[in-house]
Design a protein around this ligand. Structure first.
Ligand code: SAJ
Length: 431
């Protein structure tokens, strides 16, 4: 790997992607400034601590902060490389909102100089990198920007992050990267930067192809999860165990069905496919349907769980998990949270929530009377359980400890659990 200790890098956005990226770059010996709008995040990082849960990130951040390689600020400063890692949410009509990206570019414009490189990593609609360039061109008419038919003073590229929460530090280094330069020269400059810390292959292309590649990856996963979720609806109707069907089907050499669940969450797979739909609404019936199937699974699970809960009048109910997936503390767009909150609104104080990654219940539970309890208390007190997240902690509960419980297992973590027979069990409870 190249080691230019004098390289200065500014990472805008210190969230789930920006902070690990900043720390990994700092570990190469570069001086990294992380910029975030949150004073709390800035103070936390400057004290060598982290505000998110990610395997091994705490030790890495405290190390690079102690060595003076990583610091944080709410104010941007001059650097040679700028990495934009801010959120790109969608608006109410599912159209992408790149406001944060453009605000980051506006800040960069105040310190940009000839020779610098600007890299956009945020998942973005196709054309966003050109919009960043056009904004910089408008704000800095003294600089020649790339792709406008003349030699450029700065390089601009799009390089999507592709890391999986829970494996971020490993995947930041091991995964292949797609680097889309606004011009081939921009691509080469960005490539030299990623070569500092990426061991996977770095493939260069155009910015537009790189932008669409990222959206295609997440839409691909969404469509495949939707297939699994749709199968689970069919299996429920037919009284068949969907997990067994998938296990058996996946023994076919050319079949690899994903896992059904309570829906699809997180700030990527549940969001990004809409960017493709927004770009070509008439050409994306499949991608849109997948989104609708996955969102619809939440409603289906709420109804399924409600039927089970109603079959055990008065019995305490434990909802296991709020995170959007296993072993992380990220609750963004979480179907588990949506299901548990809907059940809490419907069944009030009968509902308890177990979430090892939460210190208190999110505001969605305010006024419902639902409480946060630990797993042991739930096992001791709740005859009805709704498994919403496949945290290792929940998986580890042996069959004896859940014997006799009525369980709706939306993640298939307890295959040996007998399926609930609500009518018979209600009689038992009543007797
Ligand atoms: N899920 C299922 N069944 C499955 C797999 C996932 O229901 O078989 C659910 C999860 O429980 C979760 C959601 O899908 O609610 C998304 O989880 P995930 O693990 O599939 O993906 P993310 O959102 O954590 O990360 C994805 C990754 N993209 C792909 O795998 C194509 C990651 O590589 C991206 O970097 C990330 O999106 C991103 O930031 O875009």
């Amino acid at each position: 790997m190249l080691a230019d200790p004098d390289l200065s890098v500014c990472v805008l956005g210190l969230g789930y992607i920006g902070l690990p990226t900043a720390a990994v770059i700092a570990r190469t010996g570069a001086r990294v400034l992380g910029v975030d709008v949150s004073e709390t995040v800035v103070e936390t990082v400057n004290s060598g601590r982290i505000h998110i849960e990610e395997v091994d990130l705490d030790a890495l951040v405290s190390g690079v902060v102690a060595r003076g390689l990583l610091s944080a600020s709410t104010q941007i400063a001059p650097a040679e490389v700028f990495v934009i890692a801010v959120p790109t949410p969608f608006a109410d009509d599912h159209r992408p909102d790149i406001g944060y990206v453009l605000r980051a570019a506006t800040a960069i414009a105040t310190v940009l100089k000839a020779g610098d490189t600007v890299i956009l990593e945020s998942t973005s609609p196709v054309g966003a990198t050109e919009q960043v360039r056009d904004l910089l061109a408008a704000l800095r008419p003294d600089l020649r920007l790339p792709g406008l038919g003349r030699e450029a003073d700065v390089a601009i590229a799009y390089c999507p992050e592709r890391v999986l929460p829970g494996r971020i530090l490993h995947e930041l280094i091991a995964n292949d990267r797609v680097i889309g330069g606004l011009t081939p020269r921009c691509g080469r400059k960005a490539l030299a930067f990623y070569r500092r810390f990426v061991r996977g292959a770095c493939v260069t292309t155009t910015a537009r192809a790189a932008e669409m590649t990222k959206l295609a990856e997440n839409a691909y996963r969404d469509v495949n999860i939707a297939f699994a979720n749709e199968l689970s609806l069919v299996a429920d109707r037919l009284g068949v165990d969907v997990w067994e069907v998938i296990r058996l089907a996946n023994r076919h050499p050319r079949v690899g069905i994903l896992q059904p669940g309570p829906g699809v969450g997180g700030h990527c797979i549940a969001v990004d496919p809409w960017f493709l739909v927004a770009a070509a609404p008439d050409d994306t019936p499949l991608i849109r349907a997948a989104r609708e199937v996955n969102d619809g699974k939440v409603t289906h699970v709420v109804e399924q769980a409600s039927r089970l809960i109603e079959a055990y009048p008065g019995a305490p109910v434990a909802c296991l998990g709020l995170a959007f997936k296993a072993n992380i503390d990220d609750f963004r767009e979480s179907p588990a949270l949506a299901v548990a909150a809907a059940l809490a609104r419907r069944f009030g104080p009968r509902v308890a929530v177990v979430e090892p990654y939460a210190a208190r219940l999110p505001t969605a539970f305010d006024g419902t009377g639902a409480r946060l309890i630990d797993l042991d208390a739930a096992l001791a007190r709740c005859p009805v359980m709704v498994v919403l997240v496949d945290h290792d902690l929940f998986r580890s509960v042996p069959a004896e400890e859940r014997a006799g419980k009525a369980v709706l297992d939306t993640r298939g973590i307890w295959p040996d659990q007998p399926r609930p027979q609500p009518a018979a069990a209600a009689l038992r409870l009543a007797g």
